[in-house]
Ligand binder design. Structure first.
Ligand code: AMP
Ligand code: GLY
Length: 448
């Protein structure tokens, strides 16, 4: 039987690569995929966009395609109800329903949910633009609370709807941009304004089948575009797993105070959560803090680029995990992880994150996993580094070109963070194109 993965990023390439190694899966279709998933062993791209839900369901329902299950990578189709549609047609799919995906698609829903179920999070208030008095109230709230303060668009904004304001001017501007000037369209017609939290961030991702939970390996992302966390926020410039900040004690606390209350709370609300649940955490560095862990956000999917190092470390058969999750039997399976550290460095296109340049030919100075024959790919299957594609395409001359902001994620395994970092950056040195840029400090926090 075959599998279908929806999406076109590095996350989807990594999941497809992992799934394609599973003996129980013949072929992995990726819709729409990228150059990496096109060239990957045992995978095939199909030309359907991630938001064309009916077409995707038709493809999965077509007996000739022999689709055993579908995994949804990005949030947009989830928020649009792809899981509801597939299930109504009796198709197996792993992800949350439209109602459950509100944990990500509405920050107001997520914050009110956390408040109701005592899940630790930053203090907040929400404001909408239905009345000029509400907009004024948002400005007053900022003046009362001072800076730093955080302004978030309520809806999905591709990771760009958060302003961490350090001056009052910036904070007022963010409110005006979202509520008055519709800078995020309908997604910004309502804002959450919340307390600034200090500390170190970590990504805590679990699989849920509605009632059972299986935690994946911890990881840490690097959100800012520049070294030492400077410059604009991005979707993520690199990640490593495990995140040393998630000690066994913190792990237990996150499960007790965040994950279990969320799963139980969603059941109480009558909207059981199925799918990957990603809690973006802020962990206070103050050892005396009463609430050391706070939830910054929920995502209802795997992280990108966190998935790339996580998949490199996963030793359990990924297809088995997904099937247990779909069957509601996650309590009957466990995960096994490579003990080594995995670390991924994102290579971004010129002018990312603003307006990334497309169409630049990528030069691979040595053979990598992509521009070699299938037989050679089999040989290097267990190699300690891998280049996952994201924003890539194949041009008319058959060359691999940039086709998005985050282009590649060069991921390596090593016995320590230092070794994984060394291997990853050595591999980065073999790739180039006009305007390519990346961070030089991925993993440095884990070295401290
Ligand atoms: P979000 O999309 O909510 O995860 O926000 C994106 C990024 O903004 C996070 O990864 C943090 O770096 C930052 N951020 C969000 N909320 C807060 C907060 N309350 N305090 C400090 N930083 C925040
Ligand atoms: N890397 C952050 C995210 O996937 O949301």
């Amino acid at each position: 039987m075959n599998a279908l993965i929806i999406g076109s990023g590095g996350r989807e390439h990594a999941m497809a690569w992992k799934l394609a190694k599973s003996e129980t899966i013949g072929k992995v279709f990726v819709a729409p995929g990228n150059a990496g998933t096109h060239l990957e062993y045992h995978t095939e791209n199909i030309d359907i966009k991630e938001t064309e839900i009916q077409k995707l369901a038709d493809f999965a329902a077509d007996k000739n395609n022999r689709i055993k299950f579908t995994i949804v990578g990005p949030e947009a189709p989830l928020a649009a109800g792809i899981v509801d549609e597939f299930r109504s047609r009796g198709l197996h799919i792993f992800g949350p329903t439209k109602a459950a995906a509100r944990l990500e698609s509405s920050k107001e829903f997520a914050k009110k949910f956390m408040q109701k179920y005592n899940i630790p999070t930053a203090k907040f208030q929400t404001f909408d633009n239905s009345d000029p008095a509400n907009i004024q109230a948002a400005h007053d709230y900022i003046d009362q609370n001072g800076t730093p303060i955080v302004i978030k668009a309520d809806g999905l904004a591709a990771g760009k709807g958060v302003v961490v304001a350090t001056t009052l001017e910036e904070a007022h501007q963010a409110v005006d941009d979202m509520l008055n000037n519709a800078s995020f369209g309908a997604a910004g017609a309502k804002v959450v304004i919340e307390e600034f939290l200090d500390g170190e961030e970590a990504s805590f991702i679990v699989m849920c089948d509605g009632k059972n939970v299986l935690p994946l390996a911890s990881s840490q992302d690097h959100k800012r575009v520049g070294d030492n966390d400077t410059g604009a926020n991005t979707g993520g410039m690199g990640a490593y797993s495990p995140a040393p900040i998630i000690t066994p004690k913190i792990h237990a606390e996150v499960m007790r105070d965040v994950i279990y209350p969320t799963i139980r709370g969603m059941l109480d609300e009558g909207i059981p959560f199925t799918g990957f649940l990603y809690a973006g955490l802020m962990i206070s560095k103050n050892p005396d803090a009463t609430n050391k862990i706070k939830v910054l956000e929920f995502n209802c999917r795997m992280g990108d680029p966190e998935t790339q190092p996580i998949m490199m470390r996963l030793k359990t058969n990924f297809a088995d995990l997904i099937e247990h999750a779909i069957d509601g039997t996650l309590n009957q399976i466990d995960t096994e992880w490579d003990r080594r550290v995995a670390l991924g460095v994102v290579l971004a296109a010129q002018n990312y994150p603003q307006t990334p340049k497309k169409g630049d030919v990528i030069t691979f100075l040595t053979k990598n996993n992509i521009n070699i024959s299938n037989a050679e790919k089999e040989e290097i299957k267990e190699n300690n580094s891998y280049v996952f594609h994201a924003g890539t395409a194949i041009n008319a001359d058959g060359k691999i070109v940039t086709n998005g902001g985050r282009v590649l994620c060069v991921t390596a395994l090593g016995d320590s963070t230092k070794i994984a970092q060394k291997i990853a950056y050595e591999e980065v040195g073999k790739i180039s194109w006009d305007g390519m840029h990346f961070r030089h400090d991925i993993g440095n926090k884990a070295l401290k």
